[in-house]
Design a protein around this ligand. Structure first.
Ligand code: ATP
Ligand code: MG
Length: 251
């Protein structure tokens, strides 16, 4: 199983949109597990409208060892499976404060389903806390979505520096994550964005994906489950497909 996290310190850069889109495309290639590890539950609320269905069966309970990881896996679409989050996941920082290996919990949980899936996609929260560290340590690849604007680019530098200590754990996990930057929500008719795109490529040489995801009204927040997300043949669908084939080459 290859694991990819979408992460960034900055909010609203396209982590959830890219996670859902990539998961949908990966699921056309192989059995895919999408995990929402963000307590703000954006991705979960797009997959489930019925919160009752997932109560007590989220990544939160699995991380606290109250249930097994398999017990919180829900079928979402053909070949696409989903582990939901809940708002209470935010409490994990205090609940696991005394846990000796608190950043390795997700890695260890995923070992249990390693043979059940081809791909695992993790939607991380916008912080450098326990949850993001768990996502990064469990991953083969971290993708940092960013808009082509100054503050988002600055957030990438901070995020990269913030996750660097996670590499030390590679000695234990045997994983050394690759990192890539995905420019999203790009508006080609805004000159400043073209300037920033070049600046990002210059600053993060070799890390920026060739594929750019353009701003599009087709990126609507409908349910991944219904298949309405990412309409077939739309520009974002074509671009996310190109992005997935690009990262397939480095997995
Ligand atoms: N290519 C795009 N075109 C148009 N709108 C987009 C595009 N990508 C993302 N958006 C919109 O931008 C907003 C933020 O995207 P998203 O929720 O994916 O970001 P995020 O990084 O997960 O945010 P958060 O930090 O809140 O979790 C959403 O309303 C989404 O629909
Ligand atoms: Mg999000």
């Amino acid at each position: 199983m290859k694991t990819i996290s979408f992460a960034s310190l900055k909010g609203g850069v396209g982590k959830s949109t890219s996670s859902i889109s990539a998961a949908k495309i990966f699921s056309q290639e192989g059995k895919t597990l999408l995990i929402d590890i963000d307590p703000r539950t954006a991705t979960t609320s797009h997959v489930f409208d019925d919160i009752e269905k997932i109560t007590g069966r989220t990544i939160h309970q699995a991380m606290k060892s109250e249930i097994s990881i398999s017990e919180c896996v829900f079928p979402a679409n053909k070949n696409l499976y989903f582990i939901p989050s809940e708002m209470e996941l935010k409490l994990i920082e205090v609940e696991l404060a005394a846990h000796p290996n608190k950043s390795l919990i997700l890695f260890e949980l995923l070992q249990e389903v390693e043979d059940d899936f081809d791909f695992c996609i993790i939607d991380a929260p916008n912080d450098l806390g326990i949850l993001s560290n768990n996502a990064v340590i469990a991953s083969d690849l971290i993708v940092f979505p960013t808009q082509a604007e100054k503050w988002s680019a600055r957030a990438i530098s901070m995020t990269l520096a913030g996750f660097e200590p996670c590499r030390k754990v590679g000695r234990y996990t045997g994983k050394q994550f690759e990192a890539r930057i995905l420019v999203t929500d790009f508006e080609e008719n805004r000159d400043i964005q073209a300037v920033m795109l070049n600046a990002i490529k210059e600053e993060f040489q070799g890390m920026v994906c060739d594929t750019v995801i353009h701003h599009s009204i087709d990126v609507t927040r409908t349910y991944a489950q219904t298949g309405e997300f990412l309409p077939k043949g739309s520009r974002p669908e074509r671009e996310y497909r190109a992005f997935v084939s690009e990262i397939r080459g480095i997995l």
